[in-house]
Design a binder for this molecule. Structure first.
Ligand code: AR6
Length: 183
């Protein structure tokens, strides 16, 4: 069975799919980075490897100029060797409690969408931010993500025609498609 779920929200298609974010052909892909923008494991490591060394240079230059990227904020680099033209780097919360972590995760999604709109992009792919090393329970991370994206798109004009959630495992796909059903 093909793993794709979709919903049309205020002129934008929100699509959940099973796959690898590094090969997506959307205008931008989002990286679940750390505040030091130094690369790491998980999706961050995969994106840095696939995009090539120019990304590391742009990240280092950003930190030298602006300091560390706080959780919930976003910045962009070029896509290097990727099919995507841009990488939007955001930092999710290390999960502690719903009360403390949910607003930060919501902000990571919405700041990334705002940045994509600022760049007048038409398509973007997200990974499941914070749902790996940062320990956010998958079902909760999926609900916060889908609500944050839906709220953002319902707020008004966006240049985005396509927002993809790229799930790396069957469990992640199930959590995100359930969250989409619940909206
Ligand atoms: N495509 C799509 N999703 C992926 C891929 C991929 N190629 N690889 C992993 N995932 P994580 P976090 C999924 O740990 O929790 C890094 O070291 C993965 O299965 O990458 O935000 C950073 O430098 C999981 O569902 O990110 C930070 O220090 C999701 O991506 C820290 O980890 C996120 O898992 C960030 O932790």
């Amino acid at each position: 069975m093909e793993k794709v779920a979709r919903r049309h929200i205020a002129g934008t298609d929100l699509v959940i799919l099973l796959g690898d974010i590094t090969v997506q052909g959307t205008d931008a892909i989002v990286n679940a980075a750390n505040s030091g923008l130094r690369g790491g494991g998980g999706v961050d490591g995969a994106i840095h490897r696939a995009a090539g060394p120019i990304i590391d240079r742009e990240c280092r230059a950003h930190v030298a100029q602006h300091g560390k990227l706080p959780p919930g904020r976003a910045m962009w680099t070029h896509g290097g060797n990727l099919a995507a033209r841009y990488i939007i780097h955001t930092v999710g919360p290390i999960y502690r409690s719903d009360e403390e972590s949910e607003p930060v995760l919501q902000s990571a999604y919405q700041e990334s969408l705002r940045m994509a709109d600022g760049l007048a992009l038409e398509s973007i792919s997200f990974p499941a931010i914070s749902a790996g090393v940062y320990g956010y329970p998958l079902d909760k991370a999926a609900r916060v993500a889908i609500e944050a994206i839906t709220d953002y798109l319902q707020q008004g004009e966006s240049s985005l025609k396509l927002v993809q959630m790229v799930c790396f495992s069957n469990a992640s796909y199930a959590a995100f498609s359930d969250a989409l059903d619940a909206v």
